[in-house]
Design a protein around this ligand. Structure first.
Ligand SMILES: NC(=O)c1ccc[n+]([C@@H]2O[C@H](COP(=O)([O-])OP(=O)(O)OC[C@H]3O[C@@H](n4cnc5c(N)ncnc54)[C@H](O)[C@@H]3O)[C@@H](O)[C@H]2O)c1
Length: 471
């Protein structure tokens, strides 16, 4: 599915005139990733507060992706770039007005007290209006919980407000994110940085991601990071699940698509085209977890990536909600996810989930903000976020991770059925003034699934264009 009709109209010459005069939202068609695209389109400007600890890691990744780069004329930044083999041009606030940037990346880990927050202003004030169409702003900090002093904790927490506000000001499809990198996790940054700089994160905006310490990042073919891996995707016959299956297959995985028996032929068509395998089951059946686990072990020797995507809505206001509506949503969206996860990780050494496994859940912004008529759905999706929080420490012991994506308004058959006015409101009430596409959710899942994302666990990342609903 491509950009919606309003977005197409507003991007014609006449449409632009009307939009400006009437003050309508001005969505630009977001750039999406195609295989072979460079990670970042345009020059990367690398800055940082003095005393930061991420300059080397940043310079290394930017050198590896082969992007053109600039840094301010500061000894430490220039030295880090040179050491990483990054041929960075010099930048000063007086740099040519015509210079445009594909990305502004700022290492704020050196900010240890609120008085130093002016470093953000000094770097971004002269540069923020030079961000290209669909460009990127990325701030890196230290998780406030890991700050060494109260002053540092306050200053690092302040980065969140800065980044979320900057995300709201950026225009023309550009986005802003904050990454908190724990001390000792500097070597774990690459997968997150690549995702956020690239057009794979087109509909992720105003988010905070935590990266923690983990084992050495394996050498990786970044074009096929999932080569040799087996990925289970539930609800794979259509919508977001079909996009997840296609994206994981693009990244090299053998996809095992699961859906209800009634959708077997649709499922076969989707996974067949990807060279994957089908598995039919109702995930709420008593024997489903054991059958899924047994089938993965028997047919594939185990599983590396599990994406809990299957989900349903049965909306009614609370006072009118019957037991069946309540129970079915909790069972499919939450209880089955926990039961299947338990079956896949049982018997640690002989577990079906392989060492270094990846579990990704599909939550929803309704689980964060709540939504009218969706007490059952919001309960189930908030529970999914709780499941991620609860299982992350358990899985870390075996080098495995668990994260969730929380989609906002995504253009699917499901959202096409929402009445026009409600649909338009859902679509426009975000910083990018448009709905996301299933592939946007799939790309975030592929980032979590990457073997390079070992340090990325316990996160719930919204794929919502910085929706006005919720945090
Ligand atoms: N579309 C959106 O805007 C949006 C927003 C937030 C979250 N989500 C979440 O994304 C996920 C996918 O949503 P979608 O829009 O693609 O929905 P969809 O209805 O198009 O697809 C869901 C799939 O899950 C399968 N499924 C449902 N119950 C099942 C069961 N008991 N056993 C096995 N399979 C089952 C369905 O058959 C279907 O193929 C869901 O978890 C949904 O809650 C969607």
């Amino acid at each position: 599915m491509s950009a919606d009709r309003y977005t197409n109209l507003i991007n014609t010459p006449i449409g632009r005139i009307i939009q400006k005069q009437v003050g309508l939202p001005a969505p630009v068609p977001l750039k999406r990733f195609s295989p072979g695209d460079p990670v970042v389109d345009g020059r990367v400007l690398l800055g940082g507060a003095p005393g930061g600890r991420l300059a080397s890691a940043l310079a290394k990744t930017v050198a590896e992706i082969g992007a053109e780069a600039s840094t301010p004329l500061r000894e430490d930044l220039r030295a880090a770039a040179a050491e990483a083999g990054l041929d960075a041009g010099p930048w000063t606030p007086a740099a040519a007005e015509t210079q445009r940037y594909g990305a502004l990346v700022f290492d704020a880990t050196g900010i240890t007290e609120p008085g130093q927050l002016d470093e953000l202003h000094a770097f971004f004030k002269p540069t923020v209006r030079r961000v290209q169409r669909c460009g990127r702003l990325v701030v890196l900090g230290t998780s406030p919980a890991q700050a060494r002093t109260p002053a540092e904790q306050i200053a690092q927490r302040a980065l969140e407000g800065f980044t979320r506000a900057a995300a709201k000001e950026l225009k023309a499809g550009a986005t802003a994110q904050l990454v908190y990198v724990a001390p000792g996790a500097e070597d774990q940054l690459a997968s997150t940085l690549r995702f956020l700089l690239s057009s794979k994160s087109a509909y992720v905006d105003g988010q905070v991601i935590h990266v923690g310490p983990a084992g050495a990042v394996p050498a990786l073919d970044w074009e096929q990071p999932l080569a040799g891996k087996v990925a289970l995707v539930t609800g794979a016959s259509r919508g977001i699940g079909a996009a997840i299956a296609a994206t994981l297959a693009r990244d090299g995985a053998h996809v095992v698509g699961l859906d209800v028996p009634a959708l077997e032929s649709d499922l076969n068509a989707v996974v067949g085209a990807l060279g994957g395998s089908s598995l039919t089951a109702d995930i709420t059946a008593d024997d489903a977890p054991d059958q899924i686990a047994a089938s993965l072990k028997r047919e594939h020797g185990g599983v590396d990536v599990v994406v809990h995507n299957a989900g349903i809505t049965r909306d009614k206001t609370l006072g009118r909600m019957d037991e069946e509506r309540w129970n079915s949503v909790i069972q499919v969206n939450l209880a089955a996810v926990q039961r299947i996860t338990d079956a896949l990780i049982a018997g640690r050494r002989r577990a079906v989930l392989n060492e270094g496994g990846r579990i990704v859940c599909v939550a929803s912004i309704a689980g964060i903000a709540g939504n009218f008529g969706q007490t059952n759905y919001a309960t189930s999706k908030a529970g999914v976020i709780g499941l991620v929080d609860a299982y992350a420490p358990l899985l870390a012991q075996r080098g495995a991770t668990i994260n969730a994506v929380a989609p906002g308004f995504i253009e699917t058959q499901m959202t096409a059925k929402i009445p026009f006015a409600t649909r338009e409101a859902g679509r426009r009430m975000n910083s990018l003034s448009q709905g996301g596409l299933p592939v946007d959710v799939a790309e975030a899942i592929a980032y979590f699934a990457s073997p390079a994302s070992t340090g990325v666990t316990g996160n719930t990342v919204r794929v919502c264009g910085q929706s006005l609903l919720g945090a």
